[in-house]
Ligand binder design. Structure first.
Ligand code: MN
Length: 288
């Protein structure tokens, strides 16, 4: 079995644009081997937004290169548009999986309907690294809607499979390296063993409720980091609990990140900045 190494948390919120009140629970500025193949975890919310009328809160056009952004909506809605011509709006239980690859410019705003009404907002953005050989290909985009995500009943809850496998079931996301991404809900007092695989770095984010692992509490907006060795982990829920299970085989390559670019060397970062500043990232086209 896997055991708990540490509990990650961050009391400090910062705003990404005017739409995303974020706590970064891990990032590539720390020990990148410990979180690989993941790079960054931003928990936006929970937050109550007032109606914004025609104004849409969010972040205007900005670039990315060298990794994937995975946006998971729990409450509220998010709209995305990018320079590769992809776009879409997702609501609760849905996922945008954007592969920045060699470079993309995108914008991320509250969904128009949500902006009008306001209300509860809770969104995760997870950054997933790409192996060096896959940082060059063009950008791609997967819209993962509720109907595409299989739901596995658990003894006292359920798991929705966004990526990877759970027993015989498979999630819809295409990934470049072996990854599991499960949206898990447990009822109060549930004790379950989750089949997290041996050889995967494993991170369990508690988004509401509370877990205990190896007798240690993991509270809301905290992440349990587990050992890479061992298969399975037993968790106990205290109160109804929502957790995001992230596991993956570590990518054994250097990580050099700077803002929206994550590459393998400083030279590649300088190149990304130069390419962006000289207009070699395509702009987002006009709205259709
Ligand atoms: Mn972005």
């Amino acid at each position: 079995m896997k055991t708990l190494i540490e509990v990650l948390s961050n009391p400090h919120r910062h705003w990404v644009g005017d739409g995303f009140p974020v706590r970064s629970l891990f990032s590539y500025q720390g020990d990148t081997r410990a979180i690989s193949p993941f790079l960054l975890f931003d928990y936006a919310g929970p937050w109550a937004f007032e109606p914004a009328g025609a104004h849409r809160r969010g972040v205007g056009p900005h670039p990315h290169r060298g990794f994937e952004t995975v946006t998971i909506v729990y409450e509220g809605g998010v709209s995305h548009r990018d320079s590769a011509g992809h776009g879409g709006t997702i609501g609760p239980g849905e996922v945008q999986w954007m592969t920045a690859g060699s470079g993309i410019v995108h914008e991320e705003y509250h969904a128009p309907d949500f902006a009008k009404t306001g209300g509860a907002f809770r969104v995760v953005q997870l950054w997933v690294n790409l192996p060096a050989k896959d940082k060059g290909p063009p950008a791609a985009y997967q819209a993962i809607t509720r109907d595409m995500i299989p739901e596995i009943p658990l003894a006292a809850g359920r798991a929705r499979l966004i990526a990877g496998a759970f027993g015989d079931a498979r999630g819809p996301a295409k990934t470049f390296t072996p990854i599991n991404l499960w949206d898990v809900r447990l009822v109060a007092d549930a004790e379950v063993t989750l089949p997290v695989p041996d050889g995967h770095n494993s991170l369990l984010a508690v988004l509401s409720g509370q877990l205990s692992i190896d007798g240690q509490a993991v509270d809301e907006a905290e992440i349990a980091r587990l050992t890479e060795a061992g298969a399975g982990v037993t968790v106990k829920a205290h109160g109804d609990t929502v957790l995001l299970v992230m596991t993956g085989v570590p990518i054994d390559e250097p990580v050099v990140g700077h803002g929206p670019f994550v590459m393998n060397t400083h030279a590649q970062i300088r190149q990304a900045i130069a390419d962006f500043n000289s207009g070699r990232f395509t702009a987002i086209g006009p709205s259709s």
